[in-house]
Design a protein around this ligand. Sequence first.
Ligand code: PMP
Length: 344
Amino acid sequence: MKTLQELIRPNIWSLAPYSCARNEFTGEASVFLDANENPYNQPFNRYPDPLQVQLKEKIAALKGVRPTQIMLGVGSDEPIDLIFRIFCEPAQDNVVAINPTYGMYGVCADINNVAYKQVNLNDDFSLDAQNVLDACDANTKVIFLCSPNNPTGNSLERSEIEKIVTGFEGIVVIDEAYIDFSNEPSWLASLNAYPNIIVLQTFSKAWGMAALRCGMAFASEDIIAFFNKVKYPYNLNLLTQEAVLKQVEAVEQKNKWVETLLAERSKMIANLQNLPLVKHIYPTDANFVLAKVDDANKTYTYLVNKGIIVRNRNSVTLCQGCLRITIGTPQENQELLTALAQMV
Ligand code: PMP
């Protein structure tokens, strides 16, 4: 791995971050006349904890990492954007990502004026590490991997990811937004072994809190320190911090949802396979299935007219003819299957 100083943009390396009023003292206090808040309308009058100390302690215990190895963002979309802002010099550096994959990596690259190089997965959506490494050059700062991958649903093979993590001198992002639905172990267990990885997870999927906007980035303490310097000071609002904390304390509830959704996923796959219009269901480790159908555009429009919305992936590389279908409640899943069975 290159040194962090070689990987981080010089202006970020030397950045003096904004100092929150409440971070400037230590010890106990009861009179807060430091932040130009209104003393009335508790608890919303006070700025929230900029470093989400309480919440990170709970998450650290749950995930087996140290609180200082965690950055919490407004969804995992926030750390994705910050990775560009921390590591990639606009109009100079580039990143490499697999294709197809989650669309925000490319959008954030465009917003930050960073070249986005895509490397196609194999036809069965498996990863060829050498192809990814071959696409890198001296200005490649970050490689984006997503496992289980969106929209294909499969997990990338661990040994191939490992070749990239050990063979690349820069940062490797492993987006695990759908890890709760997979039997594959998380890369979090390897956080201490590989100082160049950033693992992303989110409360938007298995945890059922997409509306609250809370995502997690896990990395070395040194990398997390830069996330903390660059993020907006009060990025997670009070209501989000409180609600996520409560839900993290109720992890059994999340596990039950996952169990239900996995059972529904198996049923959905079996039922879809019985429909003549369905040509193929790809193996999935996520809470969605990618289904190849006779005519994806026609099927998508037919479903929209019935008030059922799936994701049309027909124009996505390697996904021609495919719809991405999220697993819903038993009733929602049945509505979809009934509608598809009635399509002529
Ligand atoms: N990563 C992947 C692979 C995703 O599919 C998504 C959402 N669709 C995200 C990250 C972002 O999720 P959020 O910002 O809600 O955490």
